[in-house]
Every structure is written in structure tokens, then in C-alpha cells.
Design a protein around this ligand. Structure first.
Ligand code: SF4
Length: 284
């Protein structure tokens, strides 16, 4: 038997819960016309559940039929996608996380005020693509950087505004801001990292010294779960990253000699999955 120590903050954040609850609520009311563009969250197990209830997932707005009810993911969408959906007669249900909306609005308003926008984040992540899609002429007045080195390589500008993907680490935002101070006449830094992200990161650090290893639960495509893995590893914690309870069987060797097991989970990991995996570990 193992002792399980759950991180103080783990699992669904406010924004993901809000979007998933809206989708599930519509499906439970018998709505047969519920769509998302792309997977609604980076958690395959929860997506399977929603699809079994009738959720339809389109790969792009072009696949969405007229009359569809399209729930916008917590990551948000570009203005062009929202306009295309409305133009074809789809109903847009806005469930973008308010923290992401704030980043979109800041990028839009600061670019209109003449700031060159620097986005800190993963340029292939849907949240970043959605923020870019709220800036007119983004190809000329916006850069995406992944780290301090990329920020150092940007040309000097008169006015720059730094906006972060909501799931970035605060240390990295500070480092990039430090690099940009040397490249801008005027620098406007917006800390758009959301509290849920910071809380989950701090909760992982708080496990140091209390556990013999951490089982991290979350989808492999989840950016914030990946950050938790990096933080745990950098803090000296041994980490086992699993998506579902079945993966525990393949990792039985990892548990040998470990008595107290920490449980951490990304913001897109549902409560039922955390409970399933915690129970299985407790009985090992
Ligand atoms: S991680 Fe933060 S910004 Fe992203 S959906 Fe959750 S609450 Fe919103």
C-alpha cells in the first residue's frame, strides 16, 4: 500500500471547467448539434467521454455545417475563425477562458496604440494562434518568442509590449522582459500568466521533501502539464507522467521502494481521472 499525497492545486482550472461544463451541459440537455473546432481540451480520456455523449469535433471551421452550435475552446480562436463561423450561419458559443480573452484584448489594443507586440509562448499552440488572430497586420507588428535567447535576437524597436501565453513560467517571462528592456525604447510588460497555472506550479514545488516521487497526470499534448513536469524535474523530484490508470501497470518498477507518492495534474486533467489513478496507486 502506498501513501498518496495530492498537490494542493491539481486538475481542472477555472477556464477548462467552465468550457467543459458548458459542452457537457448542452449534451446532457439532449443537444445533438454540439461542435468544437479541434479537441476541446488536451485530455484524450475526457474528450472520449464527451464524444460518446455526442460531441462532434471538426478539424477546422470549414468542416462545421451551417446551423451548428460551436463551443469555442478555453484556448480561444482568432477573429477570422469566429467571423467565418458566423458567416456560414453557425451559432458561436463563447467559452474562451476570460484570462485568454484578456491576453487577446491586450494584444489588440496595444498594437492599435503603436506597440510592437512580443508574444512569449509556443507559436504552434492554439492559444498563441488565437491571440495572433486578434492583431491586425500581425505579420508586420508581432513576434513570437519561446525564450530569452529569441528575445535577444529581436531588432530594436521604439515601443514594445510583451504578452505571455497564460501557461508560461513566471521566471521565463521575467527573463524575456529583461532581454527586451535592452531592445526597446519603451517596454510595456503584461503579466498574462493565469493564477491557476502559477498555483499548480507552486503546488508541485511544495511536494519537494514530502514525497518519494511524483505521478503527474495529464495529456501528453497539454502544455501546462509539460511545464509541471519540467518544474518537478528541476526541483529534484522523480516524475512519472501518465495519461491514464492503465499506464501504471507498465511502470510498476518505478514504484518499487517508494512509499509516499505525490500526485500532480495539469489544468486539463479531470477530477475523475485523478481519483481513479490515486486509488490505484494507493492500493499498489
Ligand atoms: S490555465 Fe488559466 S488561462 Fe488557461 S484555461 Fe485555465 S484558467 Fe484559463
Amino acid at each position: 500500500m502506498k501513501e498518496v499525497v495530492r498537490a494542493g492545486h491539481a486538475g481542472f482550472c477555472f477556464g477548462v471547467k467552465r468550457a467543459v461544463d458548458a459542452i457537457r451541459g448542452a449534451l446532457e440537455r439532449g443537444d445533438t448539434n454540439v461542435w468544437t473546432i479541434g479537441l476541446p481540451i488536451h485530455n484524450p480520456q475526457e474528450v472520449e467521454r464527451l464524444q460518446a455523449m455526442g460531441l462532434k469535433v471538426a478539424q477546422s471551421e470549414e468542416e462545421v455545417p451551417a446551423g451548428a452550435r460551436v463551443f469555442i475552446r478555453a484556448h480561444g480562436e482568432s477573429r477570422a475563425v469566429l467571423a467565418a463561423l458566423r458567416d456560414k450561419g453557425a451559432e458561436v458559443v463563447e467559452t474562451t477562458c476570460p484570462f485568454v480573452s484578456r491576453a487577446q484584448e491586450l494584444a489588440s489594443s496595444l498594437s492599435e496604440e503603436g506597440y510592437h507586440i512580443v508574444l512569449l509562448g509556443d507559436r504552434n499552440h492554439p492559444e498563441i494562434r488565437g491571440i495572433i488572430g486578434h492583431v491586425n497586420d500581425a505579420e508586420d507588428i508581432l513576434d513570437v518568442v519561446a525564450n530569452e535567447a529569441e528575445a535577444e535576437a529581436l531588432p530594436r524597436r521604439g515601443k514594445m509590449a510583451l504578452i505571455s501565453q497564460t501557461t508560461q513560467r513566471e521566471e521565463r517571462l521575467s527573463a524575456v522582459a529583461g532581454a527586451l528592456v535592452r531592445r526597446a525604447g519603451e517596454l510595456h510588460v503584461c503579466n498574462t500568466i493565469c493564477r491557476a497555472t502559477v498555483e499548480r506550479q507552486e503546488a508541485v514545488r511544495a511536494l519537494v521533501g514530502c514525497v518519494d516521487g511524483v505521478v503527474l497526470i495529464g495529456g501528453r499534448a497539454s502544455a501546462n502539464t509539460g511545464k509541471l513536469r519540467d518544474i518537478a524535474a528541476a526541483s529534484g523530484l522523480d516524475v512519472l507522467w501518465v495519461e491514464d490508470a492503465g499506464e501504471l501497470d507498465d511502470s510498476a518498477g518505478w514504484f518499487e521502494g517508494r512509499k509516499r507518492i505525490g500526485i500532480a495534474a495539469g489544468a486539463s486533467t479531470p477530477e475523475w481521472l485523478i481519483n481513479d489513478i490515486s486509488s490505484k496507486i494507493a492500493s499498489m
